[in-house]
Design a protein around this ligand. Structure first.
Ligand SMILES: Nc1ncnc2c1ncn2[C@@H]1O[C@H](COP(=O)(O)OP(=O)(O)OP(=O)(O)O)[C@@H](O)[C@H]1O
Ligand SMILES: [Mg+2]
Length: 355
């Protein structure tokens, strides 16, 4: 899959831009505040229904406007499909092939987009929530049953937590456990399979980018080696005290080990970025191997935090992956675009293609 066009309206500082993209390599150059990251953010929104910079779609609406829209043509499984998103302070609406889509997952299914930006190190550094979302994007794309299991789990968890919050009798709480446990088993199995496959690719990418040994391990989200049935029984009193469920895949984590030690305690900021980048690239490799889809990679200011040698290794690896790339930078330094790359200049929210 690749984005062949991208039309952006009233998104951040961009009033209107209509881009025709290369299926391979695209560069966006411009000064600070020109709107480069905003272009990548718009492309990301089209594949995710959310931003990588804010949870509030209202923030993305250009000052003084009521809403934004992003529309793009995606070549997908041999045919062309038009994806669209419209956003405002009131929410987000997706369109697929011109018709309103029921959920945002339809966008993700058709446009697999990943980002490596100056904040990517947070994947390594921060709490498990970010790593769960990272993991679930990958599982969603390569394991068809995942979305259904995840939705069933969320529904049961919400009901169970509501019963806990309302202080209902224990049997009103545990009534949700059978449904919760079945969905949790599915999620756990799919995530474990996925992590087993991802760890190989991540180890290769990390060896290449960092010259270090990296491994991944899935933590299921409850203590001990026992099953979730027992873990839920053990934590019931605590759950009722706190008004929420403490055991289950909603508490899972992806443990990252660097030279056989927990990565978070071991690596510098630049290394965190390379390590997180290795995980992202491993996901895209796995996506291609499992589904044949190439994916779209957004590289926002890849030069930030990286020394010249590390940047070169990252750019070389990315170029060899066959994914479509949208890359930003202040200028060409360290990026070395090929002769066939599409180049755009961005200035005060205006985008023009260099020919
Ligand atoms: N909702 C909005 N409406 C109008 N302008 C906005 C909005 N949100 C952000 N901006 C402005 O958009 C501009 C471009 O931001 P962006 O982050 O895309 O720049 P950039 O080219 O990536 O810069 P840098 O090189 O510093 O990363 C900023 O000056 C910002 O103030
Ligand atoms: Mg930027």
């Amino acid at each position: 899959m690749a984005l062949s066009t991208l039309k952006i309206t009233n998104f951040r500082c961009i009033e209107a831009a209509a881009l025709s993209l290369s299926e391979d390599e695209n560069y966006f150059f411009g000064d600070n505040g020109a709107g480069k990251t905003s272009i990548l953010e718009a492309a990301y929104f089209l594949g995710r229904g959310r931003s990588f910079r804010t949870h509030r779609p209202g923030r993305l609406v250009r000052d003084g406007m009521a809403g934004f829209s992003v529309v793009g043509h995606v070549s997908w499984s041999g045919h062309d499909v038009v994806l669209g998103v419209e956003g405002s302070r009131g929410g987000v609406q997706a369109r697929i092939g011109g018709a309103p889509a029921e959920s945002l997952s339809g966008l993700a299914e058709r446009l697999a987009v990943q980002v490596i930006d100056p904040e990517v190190h947070r994947l390594v550094e921060e709490g498990p929530g970010r790593r769960r979302r990272f993991l679930d994007w990958g599982v969603f794309h390569v394991k068809p049953g995942f979305l259904g299991a995840w939705r069933r789990y969320q529904r049961a968890l919400k009901q169970r937590n509501a019963a806990l919050r309302q202080g209902l009798a224990a049997e009103r709480v545990t009534a949700w456990d059978p449904e919760l446990i079945v969905a949790a088993q599915q999620i756990t199995g799919l995530r474990e399979d996925y992590v087993a496959a991802l760890t190989q690719g991540a180890a290769l990418a990390a060896a290449d980018l960092l010259g270090a040994t990296v491994s991944l391990e899935y933590e299921r989200g409850w203590a001990g080696d026992g099953n979730l049935t027992d873990a839920l029984a053990d934590s019931l009193a605590r759950d009722r005290r706190h008004g929420r469920t403490h055991a289950g895949p909603h508490r899972a984590d992806l443990k990252i080990r660097f030279e056989d030690k927990p990565a978070r305690d071991r690596v510098s900021r630049g290394q965190q970025k390379l390590l997180a980048a290795a995980l992202v690239l491993a996901q895209l490799d796995l996506l291609r191997d499992a589904t044949g889809h190439r994916g779209v990679l957004l590289l926002d200011d890849p030069a930030a935090e990286l020394d010249a040698e590390s940047l070169k290794r990252l750019m070389n690896r990315v170029a060899g992956m066959g994914v479509q790339r949208l890359i930003t930078g202040l200028d060409e330094r360290g990026l070395a675009p090929t002769a066939s790359a599409a180049r755009f200049t961005v200035s005060a929210g205006r985008v023009s293609k260099l020919v």
